[in-house]
Design a protein around this ligand. Sequence first.
Ligand SMILES: [Mn+2]
Length: 196
Amino acid sequence: MRGYDGKFVLGIGGEHTVTWGLINGLDVAMKNLTVVQIDAHADLRDELDDEKWSHKSVMRRVLEEGCRIIQIGVRNLSRDEFNLASGEPRIETFYADQLSERWKNLIETLSTLKGSFYLTVDCHGLDPSVIPSVASPQPEGLSWPQTMDILRALSSNPAASWKGADLVEFVPSPDPPGCNITAAKLAFKLLSYLRL
Ligand SMILES: [Mn+2]
């Protein structure tokens, strides 16, 4: 059985810093957790505007707690973040411009994860043509079919325990009207793929 006492934690909404609190409350030590991060940004800065706790630094705080991090779709980061991601064995980054070439590798990595894992979806990890109403939209994001492939790979993994997920950085908007439904459908599909 997956999840916290048979339940699955799903966080909806908020700035990306909420991820730290959500995973810190799981029934697994953070040093034993893999965090799968769909995101346009690496979020590995040590601080933003002298603030240690921000959407740009949340994965740095997660890393400091001992988590392993798998990043997907990153296409906007500082040189320091790039150097950290390149030299840190607990971080594996599938950059946006590598996704077609490394797609099989990514799916295999997700399908063969061991132990406990958590998925954080920064909604701007998807392409703005899929979900335009986000904080800091960036071109060259994940397509809807790619995102579904990732959910299927994670949910079909027999050897790992999926502890929870969150969808963050979405900005509800009446325009365009499909945007809110797409974000809601992402949460629905995520829960549908779970095999609790
Ligand atoms: Mn983020």
